[in-house]
Write a protein that binds this ligand. Structure first.
Ligand SMILES: Nc1nc2c(ncn2[C@@H]2O[C@H](COP(=O)(O)OP(=O)(O)OP(=O)(O)O)[C@@H](O)[C@H]2O)c(=O)[nH]1
Length: 397
């Protein structure tokens, strides 16, 4: 079976040129990054999707051939339970580590040849840091990509995750400063404080966390796993499974809209748990903002994310830099418009919410939530309050 016949008219023009060059604007294809420690159940999950009857044309890119130096990547397209293997030319390196354009281009070229997919699932290796991969798919409208990042799903093994989080052997490798400079694809993790493992960064960047292998733990152990994960990442949706059997694909693997919606900000108690000593979630309330204050918020985020400087805060001698992995926010302007904030690592965007409020929203609904390392709620709240000139009106939530 080949999918050539399915090529939609909006992706390839009548003369064979890509739609970007023809008049019609192509519909963007969502990509979900599936990550998880070795043996957590990623292959089980992807095989489950490849054999399920869902009527969707889903491309699954698996990392079965190792980390790097693959010049082609296996991609299996499934439709109505029938699978076809394709090859992705990703140049000199794995799709996860290759330069930004290579991975995206390889997928786009395949879709030009084979027709558009409904969804793409990209499995990363067990040791991958999703924060290095997400920015290459979270692209500007202006760049004209036909793919958009729908979200990151992390699988954890209920039996072993607590051990993995505490295991110094799983520590994220620090990169040379020179290597990281000016390149959003790499990021240097500092070496201070409690160990930050690959399990931590896979959890901190996740939009959905699947706690798999629940058959291997007691209810009490499961609660301890949930509490620890929730303290690292207070925003992610948590799901418990055995054999990676998610109850439905939508909302758990597909149609996540993790980068264009922020409904999880309304979850009670967000950012209150600090069980994990390495990474935490903090929540800072935002009042209704004037134009000037919106510019100040933008400047504050640039300083915090780009320069690693918390404005107005003098760090104690020898104290480590903060590190933000993921952020989401929402605020209302003084004239009643709703704005959303999204960020991953040093990239962020402030944009109009697709759903505008009908009535004056309560000020308490405005907040910004950050997930990362060495984030101290009090100093962050004070710094932002100072930057916005609302110190009296901004308190810890
Ligand atoms: N007991 C139990 N075993 C499971 C469950 N889910 C998967 N397994 C088994 O765990 C093993 C690892 O599962 P995989 O799906 O290969 O895990 P993976 O994340 O792809 O692992 P890597 O390829 O090493 O990264 C396999 O033998 C699965 O059959 C589960 O819920 N319970």
């Amino acid at each position: 079976m080949d999918f050539d016949d399915d090529a939609p008219p909006d992706l390839v023009g009548a003369d064979g040129t890509p739609a970007a060059e023809s008049e019609e604007k192509p519909v963007k294809v969502p990509i979900t990054i599936v990550t998880g420690y070795l043996g957590a159940g990623k292959t089980t999950l992807l095989n489950y999707i490849l054999t399920a009857e869902h009527g969707k044309k889903i491309a699954v890119i698996m990392n079965e051939f190792g980390d790097s130096l693959d010049i082609e990547k296996s991609l299996t397209v499934n439709k109505n339970g029938e699978s076809v293997e394709e090859w992705l030319e990703v140049g000199n390196g794995c799709i996860c580590c290759s330069v930004k354009d290579t991975g995206v281009n390889a997928i786009e070229q395949l879709m030009e040849k084979k027709g558009k997919f409904d969804y793409i699932l990209l499995e990363t290796t067990g040791l991958a840091d999703p924060g290095n991969i997400a920015p290459m798919f979270w692209m500007d409208e202006g760049l004209g990509s036909t793919i958009y990042l729908d979200g990151i799903v992390t699988l954890v093994d209920a039996k072993n995750i607590l051990r993995s989080l505490d295991d110094p052997a799983g520590k994220v490798q620090q990169q040379d400063d020179d290597e990281g400079q000016g390149d959003s694809h790499s990021h240097s993790h500092d070496d201070h404080g409690p160990v930050m493992t690959t399990a931590h960064v896979q959890i901190s960047h996740a939009d959905v966390i699947i706690i798999n292998k629940s058959d291997l733990v007691t209810e009490q152990e499961l609660q301890a796993v949930k509490a620890r994960i929730g303290s690292i990442n207070g925003l992610a949706r948590i799901l418990v499974t055995t054999q990676s059997a998610v109850p439905q694909l939508e909302g758990f693997l597909l149609d996540l809209h993790a980068y264009d919606r922020v409904q999880e900000l309304d979850r009670p108690g967000l950012g209150h748990s600090h069980i994990d000593k390495t990474i935490s979630t903090i929540s800072i309330p935002l009042p209704h903002l004037s134009e000037e204050q919106q510019a100040s918020l933008d400047g504050w985020l640039r300083s915090v994310l780009w320069e690693n400087v918390l404005p107005g805060h003098t760090p104690a001698e020898g104290s480590p830099d903060h590190e933000v992995h993921r952020l989401k926010g929402r605020f209302f302007t003084k004239d009643g418009q709703e704005k959303l904030i999204q960020g991953v690592r040093e990239i962020f965007d402030i944009f109009d919410s697709p759903s505008q409020p009908q009535r004056e929203p309560p000020a308490a609904m405005g907040k910004i939530v950050l997930i990362g390392r060495h984030l101290d709620d009090k100093s962050f709240t004070k710094s932002l309050g100072d930057a916005l000139g609302t110190l009296d009106g901004i308190g810890s939530q």
